[in-house]
Design a binder for this molecule. Sequence first.
Ligand SMILES: *[C@@H]1O[C@H](CO)[C@@H](O)[C@H](O)[C@H]1NC(C)=O
Ligand SMILES: *[C@@H]1O[C@H](CO)[C@@H](O)[C@H](O)[C@H]1NC(C)=O
Ligand SMILES: *[C@@H]1O[C@H](CO)[C@@H](O)[C@H](O)[C@H]1NC(C)=O
Ligand SMILES: *[C@@H]1O[C@H](CO)[C@@H](O)[C@H](O)[C@H]1NC(C)=O
Ligand SMILES: *[C@@H]1O[C@H](CO)[C@@H](O)[C@H](O)[C@H]1NC(C)=O
Ligand SMILES: *[C@@H]1O[C@H](CO)[C@@H](O)[C@H](O)[C@H]1NC(C)=O
Length: 447
Amino acid sequence: MQCSWKSMVLLALASIAIQYTAIRTFSTKPFNLLCSVGLAPTGHAVNCSLKDLTRLGQETPEGSDRGCDEVSSHTPSSYSFSLPSYNASKRTHILILATTRSGSSFVGQLFNQHPEVFYLFEPLYHVQLALLPRLAQSRNLAERRVMLGAARDLLRSLYHCHLSSLESYIRPRPVNHSTDKLFRRGASRSLCSLPVCQAPLSSEEQNLVLADEGECVRRCGPLNVSLATDACRAKRHAAIKTVRIPQISDLRALIEDPRLNLKVVQLVRDPRGILASRIETFRDTYRLWRLWRATGHRPHNLDLGQINTVCEDFLRSVSVGLARPAWLRGRYKLLRYEDLARFPLQKTRELYSFLGLVLDHSVEDWIINNTRGSSDLSSRQKFTTVRDSAANAENWRVKLSFDMVVYTQTVCQPVLELLGYKTVFHPRELRNLSHSLVEDRTFLPFF
Ligand SMILES: *[C@@H]1O[C@H](CO)[C@@H](O)[C@H](O)[C@H]1NC(C)=O
Ligand SMILES: *[C@@H]1O[C@H](CO)[C@@H](O)[C@H](O)[C@H]1NC(C)=O
Ligand SMILES: *[C@@H]1O[C@H](CO)[C@@H](O)[C@H](O)[C@H]1NC(C)=O
Ligand SMILES: *[C@@H]1O[C@H](CO)[C@@H](O)[C@H](O)[C@H]1NC(C)=O
Ligand SMILES: *[C@@H]1O[C@H](CO)[C@@H](O)[C@H](O)[C@H]1NC(C)=O
Ligand SMILES: *[C@@H]1O[C@H](CO)[C@@H](O)[C@H](O)[C@H]1NC(C)=O
């Protein structure tokens, strides 16, 4: 590529500059200090070492979870330097690792609806926009690396509630820590309710604001980042959804950071379902696929790149996850979207149990309100799935032509096998919805 080294240098410099401003205010405390002043279990004199912490962080959530990352409830004011001021008592940080049109908004809601979780919807959108404008999903390795470095730094800051780090990436640059340009702000309950949203609202209006993203943006006015930071600190846990991290190994540095207590939920979906959904949603990018569906002829210049990337990223991540490396112990759960669509309550309970969090009834209520057949009990309800975002996990089977399905299957064969999605060999098999293409598999987390 012409001039590519120049653009890479520029890109790297831009990234470093942005990261520098982002990190400047965020002083990383030496680990041992944190450990000796109160991150040790209450009332115990424990000398923490990095090794201890790693081990403790990997214990089962049900088991002894009194780790060095459990903050004593004593006030830190008697110490000579400041601890994080939020209540970090066994804070769990959750990352939903997903790709577009795989049901990630639905999974995000499972945390967004929890009153003790601070949820952010795609904050990395701003990193991508600032560093790689117009390059939606760069396949250039060097560019990807720069982006990922910035993305990791930002994630770390956000989990620590340094929301101002995000400001460096928002365009136009927020003034006085206030912005109306935060991507999908309305998708986060915390950012649409008190104290962040200070508009005087009746309880009816408040419900409207929480139910409708646009209403939130209209009623709540510009986002006050300082107030959002306070809201983040006031919550016990934080969850971030992203479709902008390709593979689990890209998160290794964060997962291995014992101070972060990061747990990753990798959401996967049948790539044929992802394809069908993207064709409907991203009409420009998938124009040639629509042409294929309309004409019955595969365009010669069809770009297989996007679906290839999905399958490669899935294959790499899931292979790593299923190989159960030590660094993922207790920190990785694979979730098939189809399973969640069929058994939303049961799968959500499993999810919370893996995370070691108490499932709040408001999450269950939300699931019941937003799904049909969520009684979970009978397999006859297999295909009466979730409304809205989770609608019809298998309805791609009537939306894609048989040729398109076969073509995709060929490209994605290894990952279909790995995840338990059956290939079809005949149109009759494809359209017969009483014949499920999702094999029963359980992907248990490992501890
Ligand atoms: C912690 O370290 C100090 C000094 O190194 C030692 O005297 C003390 O016994 C240690 N405490 C524990 C619980 O290991
Ligand atoms: C931290 O949160 C826990 C659970 O919400 C609560 O029991 C505890 O009192 C809080 N500690 C402080 C210092 O606020
Ligand atoms: C930012 O705050 C300063 C001081 O409070 C004020 O003078 C200025 O007008 C504010 N700028 C904007 C754009 O609101
Ligand atoms: C944001 O909230 C803080 C804390 O209440 C307040 O001091 C500040 O003036 C607010 N900023 C803006 C731009 O309204
Ligand atoms: C569920 O629906 C009921 C009735 O419409 C409503 O009162 C309740 O607030 C809803 N709960 C959630 C969590 O959406
Ligand atoms: C559809 O699949 C079911 C279950 O595999 C099978 O019993 C049935 O005969 C199939 N129907 C048709 C029309 O192929």
